[in-house]
Design a protein around this ligand. Structure first.
Ligand SMILES: [Zn+2]
Length: 289
């Protein structure tokens, strides 16, 4: 097998078990091309099946309208977005999962008609419409085409699932107006790779697919603090990188262990905290290379 790094194109790629690869140059950790293709085949079916009522009921239990686990993160970023673009902000949340982030923008004065979603699963779009009424499209971000321009695109826990992420980024670049921004929340590849290595070392390689969410519709891409900046090549400037500070609301009884991990990560510079958030700003075409 002669696969290249999907992020930096280096050929110095370590072939691991479980169809995983790791770039020795940029440290990107990812699922192999043949396995990506195999998974995509089942992913496309979701868009075609329409709204599934039982699934919708399950989602409403999992994400109750008044108690969203990621609310504190959404509030933090909605405050920033509001400071950048004010009430006229035009935002598209890709993988909106009920529209909770968009709703934070609306609470800060954004007009509901400027807030849109993009989903691959119609049941998730129905959830957003039932909760907050935001309209959206059902399409893959790699192939989605629109004449609309946005100030803000958000992907909370989404880009790690996207097969052709360069295509997705080029597409998003064209959908943003000058000065527009892209916010990505992602799992930390350092942490995922540590789980991979430790599972093997203690003889529990069978747990790896579960720890790394390796299944159709699961995770394909793991970036980290070292390699996430490579995405600038799609015509962006990396503005901020930060680990996702845990909230009591999200983690409940797990809050203190998480918070201690967060603080240790901060103090020691280990770069192992499980999730991070980055902001990219669109740069003019002739600046990004
Ligand atoms: Zn690489």
């Amino acid at each position: 097998m002669s696969e290249k790094c999907l992020l930096c194109q280096s050929e110095r790629v370590a072939v691991l078990t479980h169809d995983m690869l790791k770039c020795r140059d940029c440290s990107f950790f990812f699922v192999s091309l043949p396995e990506r293709a195999r998974q995509q085949a089942s992913f496309h079916l979701i868009s075609e099946q329409g709204v599934v009522p039982e699934h919708l009921e399950r989602l409403k239990k999992k994400y109750p309208k008044d108690d969203h686990a990621r609310k504190m993160i959404y509030k933090l970023y909605a405050d920033r977005v509001s400071a950048w673009y004010g009430e006229s902000v035009r935002a598209l949340d890709i993988g909106a999962s009920g529209g909770f982030f968009l709703n934070e923008l609306e609470q800060r004065g954004a007009s509901a008609s400027n807030l849109r979603t993009l989903e691959v699963d119609p049941t998730y779009q129905k959830l957003t419409e039932d909760y907050f009424g935001y309209m959206g499209d059902i399409c893959n971000i790699e192939t989605f085409k629109t004449e609309q321009k946005f100030d803000l695109l958000t992907m909370f826990d989404v880009l790690e699932h996207v097969d052709k992420f360069w295509l997705a980024l080029a597409n998003m670049h064209s959908m943003l107006d000058e000065g527009g921004r892209l916010i990505l929340k992602l799992p930390n590849g350092n942490w995922s790779y540590l789980k991979y290595v430790v599972s093997k070392a203690i003889g529990r390689a069978d747990k790896i697919p579960w720890y790394l969410y390796l299944e159709p519709g699961g995770h394909l891409n793991y970036w980290n603090n070292r390699c996430i900046g490579q995405l600038e090549k799609a015509g962006f400037k990396l503005e901020t990188f930060e680990y996702a500070k845990p909230s009591k609301q999200q983690f409940k009884q797990q809050y203190w262990p998480r918070m201690i991990g967060y603080k240790l990560n901060e103090w020691t510079g280990l770069q192992l905290f499980p999730e991070f958030i980055v902001t990219f700003k669109k740069v003019a075409a002739n600046q990004g290379s």
